[in-house]
Design a protein around this ligand. Structure first.
Ligand SMILES: Cc1cc2nc3c(=O)[nH]c(=O)nc-3n(C[C@H](O)[C@H](O)[C@H](O)COP(=O)(O)OP(=O)(O)OC[C@H]3O[C@@H](n4cnc5c(N)ncnc54)[C@H](O)[C@@H]3O)c2cc1C
Length: 380
């Protein structure tokens, strides 16, 4: 087993970290912060990181993506922006790359890859969250189109997106193949969007609801074949659980460095607080979790990179990193004392931002269910 990391990956990590620091220079309080940040990301080539060069992307492999995005997560201190980019990349662009027709790829990918279009992925509904295929949205065949009806909620990027992958039932079969995926475009007749929905964290990841009221979607906008919704959804989920949490690993590494520096410099009882074992034990745990997270993430990405199945590994990676990120955010706050509780420190907001990570891309409870089923101790 070779644990030596390719130098080119480390270079990418450095380059993306430096770019993350550039993003931090933008004024987050400015009304057009998101647009400015998105423009910088587009110009940097981030929006099409994994899209092949023939569709104007950077053509990165999963390993290159993971190291790059880890660097970005270390550099950029805006979890919301990172999450918006992650969704665009893994949940919208990659399913189109894998399942799209040549015409769909030519039509949508170059604009998504250059950041001209923002992508979203719409599965969740008011009455179907974890039970995502228990959805009510339906699409009925009508001539050269499908007529789409239903509601989607908690959709990241929704208020600003141009392209949405939307899942709806196209038959009444009880099997998973009763769901199909559609590429819905902003402005289609019968497609309505809510304003930005306020969340407790991830402020710069816009979120909204979608309403489809007899929305006519041309058949040429179906992604995959009728009944391929499960395959398209699985592609998004696999990318999310395999690669998305690279930014979280980057954030954890930054938290560790910031906390170590603080524990060395902050003096109480005439000595650095890091000298107190109850403080240094917390930091040792942060370091241990970073190391485990790194091993899990690199292994999962390596499996994907090499075309090997990683269903179980990606679930474990998602579960571990999301929970470790919450712990790390809390320990950082505790060790910084009251100064970490101040709004301007940005430390408190990391706690709130991190809390979402055990909910999106499949909750922790669902990941534990997947692992248990894999072990044969739980039925589907
Ligand atoms: C920040 C954020 C961004 C999101 N972005 C998107 C997006 O872009 N697109 C999209 O489609 N969705 C998105 N979601 C929605 C997300 O996918 C759902 O929140 C998630 O699937 C859980 O569904 P739910 O919130 O309805 O919770 P529920 O499914 O109602 O679950 C409630 C609780 O019950 C537990 N539970 C449910 N079923 C089981 C079970 N079988 N076994 C054990 N425990 C169970 C859950 O783990 C949870 O703790 C986003 C969510 C968040 C927080």
């Amino acid at each position: 087993m070779d644990f030596e990391i390719d130098k080119s990956y480390l270079e990418l990590k450095k380059e993306f970290r430096a770019f993350g620091n550039e993003l931090n220079k933008l004024d987050k309080n400015s009304s057009n912060y998101f647009e400015e940040a998105w423009k910088l990301c587009s110009d940097f080539g981030l929006c099409g990181l994994l899209v092949s060069e023939e569709y104007s992307g950077a053509g990165f492999t999963p390993m290159q993506a993971v190291f790059s995005m880890e660097g970005l997560g270390y550099g950029c201190d805006d979890d919301g922006l990172l999450f918006a980019i992650n969704n665009h990349l893994y949940s919208c662009t990659m399913p189109i790359l894998k399942h799209g027709t040549k015409e769909q790829k030519e039509r949508f990918l170059p604009k998504l890859a250059t950041g001209e279009y923002i992508g979203a992925h719409a599965m969740t509904e008011p009455n179907s969250g974890s039970d995502s295929f228990g959805m009510n949205a339906c699409a009925k065949e009508n001539g050269d189109s499908y007529i789409l009806n239903g509601n989607k909620c908690f959709i990241t990027n929704a208020p600003l997106a141009d392209v949405y992958i939307v899942f709806a039932k196209t038959s009444t079969d009880k099997e998973l193949n009763n769901v199909s995926a559609f590429i819905v475009e902003k402005g289609m007749k019968g497609f309505y969007l809510s304003e930005n929905v306020e969340k407790i964290g991830l402020k710069n990841a816009p979120m909204g609801e979608l309403v489809f009221d007899d929305c006519r979607v041309p058949k040429e906008n179906m992604l995959g074949k009728p009944g391929d919704g499960f395959l398209v959804f699985s592609t998004a989920v696999e990318w999310e659980r395999s690669c998305m949490f690279a930014t979280h690993l980057g954030r954890m590494k930054k938290q560790l460095d910031v906390t170590v520096a603080y524990a060395k410099s902050r003096q109480q009882f005439h000595r650095p607080i890091g000298n107190f074992q109850s403080v240094s034990n917390k930091i040792a745990n942060m370091k241990m979790n970073v190391e485990i997270a790194e091993l899990l993430l690199y292994k999962t990405a390596w499996l994907k990179h090499n075309g090997k199945g990683n269903y179980l590994e990606s679930s474990i990676t998602k579960l571990f990193i999301s929970e470790a990120y919450i712990k790390s955010s809390l320990e950082q706050l505790q060790i910084h004392g009251a100064s970490g509780y101040l709004l301007d420190s940005g430390i408190g907001s990391q706690v709130v931002d991190s809390l979402a990570s055990t909910i999106y891309a499949g909750t922790s409870e669902i990941q534990r269910g997947i692992i248990s089923r894999w072990l044969g101790i739980k039925e589907l």
